[in-house]
Design a binder for this molecule. Structure first.
Ligand code: PRX
Length: 630
């Protein structure tokens, strides 16, 4: 057996011994009494009896050895600013924020919703929450008032931390009006709103509720707020993600398991050393931002880079200039970003010295071979695909180069990571497909390893029914992805089994988009499917039936309604969810019993053969879709 194969087997066969060893990578206030309590499957409790703190492990722990080393560098090519904080400075800022939140009434176990652009204060807010045992719930800044309102309602935050505006491509995107509208829409009203004023957009101020960060920070300049030692199983945060239904799920993460899992991944997967520099180009609104912009690199004692801006502005060399300037050793991005760069002049890459880079990790969506090959040739470092989910918090499939250097196979995110008992199973029987290259659903046998979701926020039944009951005959976690494993243990991911789509690495539920479109007064019915796209991987495409189609007989009239529908999605969900096209049809393709033929619609929208149509009610419906997409 190779070293990694041994390591993997040990993690599965001697689960508690393996994770007991990993637990030593972090600092505990009280060591755990029991490594894993799986007496109530599928609920796993990790490091039971131990007490620790995520902020302590990310910040305070490093004060002894690296207080003056940069911990966080926040770069914005939107506002042309670079701010660097040493571990000591980060420690001070986090305590100022923690004291401010406490002053606003936030206590252990309370939720704080964070709706912010990629600025350092967002990191202070996240770290401040976990420092005092409050749960953060970060909502992606690209989401609009409707998405925000449903998250406020579900998380019931005591406080919201936000900013006057973000900026994208030089265009200011005001956040405050969206936040005010979301709070107005939500049945739950947070008691306090803390605003970071960047001076980018004017703000309406609601006296008594809204507070200014700069003034409160001044009052807490010398704040000393100790870390609250919490039970390992105390939730650290919730993060909403899309599934099949319209209502996003609050993925709830613990404290001890997550801290250990990240520390272990920094060592075994990223082969990271304290003092090195990590640059993840994601956003704190997504899971990659939580695990690999904020917590993972800081736990490892690295410098982490937060970036606000586009990869192509002021020019397509901007990321490589950051790599050169900060001697970035580890870079993490998404295939779409690489495809965007690939369309630019290749000479941008040659302008900078990127020799500090050890590897580039890519995740979030399938990495196609030409893209992998292009960036591999350009950077001359390993390109490491990794596959995981908001639910798991860290990679399920990749290469653990810290354990053993393994060869990348383009098109495959790699092998099952230690701790994950990955199974490929038959969708209808639940039977395990053990032979090579058999296509099935990618499942994980419980207990899920440390760091994965504990449950759905306030909805244990949904956790069990959604994730653990979808594969017949056995209690198995479903990733809702199709996959195969080859004879050497390399996996290939072949797309989702459910109605989740992936647009430029952003995970969206088609049902959420459908609900938003259907709320337009002139829409009777709508179906949204994800259609393959060269640049973004997938885009959302909508097929709608108008309530009153009498005015829709001209291109201009159809375009006008299409524009209105898109605006509505922008306004309710955010531009990330906007469909690339809204086509108007007379009827949607359905079975005789009235069920939408989603697979057939999807196939035709991608100009593929729709397959068996014997149950279809009206063949003209699909023909019209075919004619429209051309
Ligand atoms: O369908 C898979 C796809 O993205 C989904 C998870 O998205 P999210 O919860 O946003 O988490 C992203 C964490 C990196 C998966 O169910 N996906 C993620 N990574 C890959 C991928 N598909 C193919 N290859 C990947 N490397």
């Amino acid at each position: 057996m190779t070293r990694y194969a041994d390591f993997y087997r040990h993690s599965i066969d001697n689960r508690d011994a393996f994770w007991g060893e990993q637990a030593a990578l972090i600092e505990w206030n009280t060591p755990p009494q029991q490594i894993c309590d799986y007496s109530n499957p599928p609920f796993a409790k990790w490091f039971v009896g131990g007490t620790t703190n995520l902020c302590h492990n990310a910040v305070d722990r490093h004060l002894k050895t690296r207080a003056d080393q940069p911990a966080l560098v926040a770069i914005s090519t939107e506002t042309d600013t670079e701010r660097s904080y040493s571990f000591a400075e980060l420690h001070a800022e986090v305590q100022r924020m923690a004291a401010t939140l406490q002053g606003l009434g936030v206590k252990k176990g309370d939720r704080v919703l964070i709706y912010m652009p990629m600025i350092a204060e967002a990191a202070f807010a996240m770290l401040a929450c976990v420092r005092i045992g409050a749960l953060h719930s970060v909502v992606f800044g690209g989401f609009a008032s409707g998405s925000l309102a449903s998250r406020i309602e579900d998380a019931e935050p005591v406080a919201v931390v936000s900013a006057d505006a973000g900026s994208r491509g030089g265009k200011v995107v005001p956040y405050k009006p969206l936040l005010d509208e979301a709070i107005a829409l939500s049945a739950h009203k947070p008691a306090a709103v803390l605003m970071v004023n960047r001076g980018l957009a004017p703000m309406d101020w609601q006296a008594g509720r809204d507070h200014d960060w700069a003034s409160l920070r001044e009052q807490h300049l010398n704040a000393s707020v100790p870390c609250e030692w919490v039970e390992s199983t105390h939730p650290s945060y919730t993060l909403y993600t899309s599934g099949t239904t319209g209502k996003p799920k609050g993925v709830q993460r613990d404290t001890g398991g997550y801290t250990v899992a990240l520390a272990a991944s920094m060592k075994h997967i990223f082969d990271a050393q304290a003092g090195q520099t990590y640059f993840a180009t994601s956003d704190i609104g997504w899971v990659v931002g939580h695990s690999y912009i904020i917590y993972g690199p800081l736990i490892a004692g690295m410098t982490t880079i937060m970036y606000e801006g586009l990869p192509t502005r002021p020019d397509a060399g901007v990321w490589w200039s950051i790599v050169e300037k900060y001697k970035v050793t580890h870079m993490f991005s998404a295939p779409t970003a690489v495809r965007v760069l690939k369309k630019q002049d290749p000479s941008w890459l040659k302008k900078y010295d990127v020799s500090s880079l050890k590897a580039l990790w890519l995740a979030g969506e399938p990495l196609d071979e030409p893209t992998a090959q292009w960036i591999s040739d350009a950077l001359a470092v390993p390109i490491i695909d990794n596959y995981w989910q908001t639910e798991t918090g860290w990679p399920i499939l990749t290469l653990a180069n810290g354990v053993e250097q393994q060869t990348t196979r383009f098109g495959s995110p790699g092998k099952a990571m230690y701790g994950y008992a990955v199974k490929i199973v038959d969708e209808s029987t639940g039977e395990e497909l053990t032979g090579p290259n058999q296509k099935g659903v990618v499942g994980i046998e419980g207990p899920l390893p440390p760091g994965c979701m504990q449950t759905v926020w306030r909805d244990d039944a949904r956790f069990v029914n959604t994730y653990w009951k979808s594969i017949p005959g056995r209690l198995l976690y479903s990733t809702f992805d199709w996959g195969i494993r080859d004879a050497d243990g390399y996996h290939f991911i072949l797309g989702r089994t459910d109605d989740v789509i992936n647009v430029a690495g952003h995970r969206l539920g088609t049902r959420e988009i459908e609900e938003s479109i259907a709320s337009h007064p002139n829409i009777a019915e709508v179906a949204v499917v994800g259609v393959a796209d060269q640049l973004k991987g997938q885009v959302a495409m909508a097929f709608a039936v108008a309530k009153d189609a009498s005015g829709l007989d001209s291109d201009a009239a159809r375009l006008k309604l299409e524009g209105e529908v898109m605006k509505q999605v922008d306004h309710q969900l955010g531009a990330v969810a906007r469909p690339s096209r809204v086509y108007f049809v007379n009827v949607l393709p359905k079975t005789r019993s009235g069920k939408l033929l989603r697979r057939a619609l999807h196939a035709v929208a991608e100009r593929r053969d729709p397959g068996d149509l014997t149950t279809m009610d009206d063949p003209a419906a699909l023909q019209q879709v075919k004619d429209l997409v051309g």
